[in-house]
Design a protein around this ligand. Structure first.
Ligand code: SF4
Length: 297
């Protein structure tokens, strides 16, 4: 859940998730639609699908007990190098090297590494220093946690508190705020996306997502931009390096793959689409439909 997402955003989802799926066996037996519904709003939905696949693999291959070795963890769905190392360190105290943004910053400054840390040369310098400092047998949990905290609280991106730093005696950089160096970021691109809201009685037409990002979720149907009509409103959101302006139009004819869902039992939808539908209902739904829905509740 914490991949690309802040702790504050994750906390409520984590609580609900653990109540519904308290262990790996319960998750392994869950229906994908239920898993996606619980994840709705957290974004990056491939994480939810991978968690489900990983739970099923742990149940089938390892009898429901997580493997402890980072190499075996790495082979599970959704486990990249970082996640495998972090789970091995925090769950099993394995001395695997965990490199997140806070730790990379601390190491770049400790070793005064001026190569961009997102290049092969810079990464190699960080890894070499990490291997020299990391514990050898156990202690991955405390060591990794301490370095993360050091980065978050003392060796901050701006205004590092060097006078309070417990490792200042062997820190090599004279210019902490200049490190770590990074390559220039890719430019943000604008995208326009036109969608329609098609209501029929108490139902709305939704299309299954065809792309990998929102696989398993249902979207407002895509539409051509009508040459004369103006959008009812625009919902703006960001996806990776794209800034998307999603224009919403009233629609009449659903595309062939669309299905009608009751407004009271919607399938999992990505947040921007769920938000747009809610906004539409508030501003444009016929009063009779709103009255009916109120009565049902
Ligand atoms: S002395 Fe300053 S720059 Fe060096 S690790 Fe500590 S806080 Fe970071």
């Amino acid at each position: 859940m914490l991949q690309q997402t802040t702790v504050a955003a994750v906390i409520p989802y984590f609580g609900h998730w653990m109540k519904r799926f308290p262990d790996v066996q319960v998750l392994a037996g869950a229906d994908e639609q239920d898993v996606m519904a619980l994840w709705q709003g957290l974004g990056y939905y491939s994480r939810a699908r991978n968690l489900l696949r990983a739970a099923r693999e742990v149940t089938v291959q390892y009898g429901g007990t997580f493997p402890r070795d980072p190499g075996l963890l790495r082979a599970l769905p959704g486990f990249g190098e970082y996640t495998a190392a972090a789970v091995a360190a925090f769950a099993f105290d394995h001395p695997s090297v965990v490199l997140d943004a806070n730790i990379i910053r601390v190491l770049a400054r400790l070793g005064d590494i001026g190569e961009p840390v997102d290049t092969a040369a810079g990464r190699a310098g960080i890894e070499e220093l990490a291997r020299a400092l990391w514990p050898v047998r156990r202690g991955g949990r405390a060591f990794t946690g301490a370095l993360m905290e050091l980065g978050a609280l003392i060796c901050r991106p701006r205004n590092p508190l060097c006078h309070q730093c417990p490792v200042r005696t062997f820190c090599r950089t004279p210019h902490p705020e200049a490190l770590p160096v990074k390559k220039s970021r890719p430019r943000i691109e604008s995208l326009r996306d036109c969608r329609s809201v098609i209501l029929h009685g108490g139902t709305v037409a939704l299309s299954p997502s065809s792309g990998p990002r929102w696989r398993g979720l249902w979207l407002l149907p895509e539409t051509e931009r009508p040459p004369t009509a103006r959008a009812a409103f625009t919902e703006k959101f960001s996806v990776t390096r794209f800034r998307v302006s999603m224009e919403i139009f009233p629609g009449l004819h659903p595309p062939p793959a669309a299905r009608f869902f009751s407004l009271d039992a919607l399938p999992p939808m990505p947040s921007p689409h769920a938000r747009a539908l809610k906004r539409w209902m508030k501003a444009h739904a016929p009063p009779s439909l709103l009255r009916d829905r109120k009565r049902k509740k």
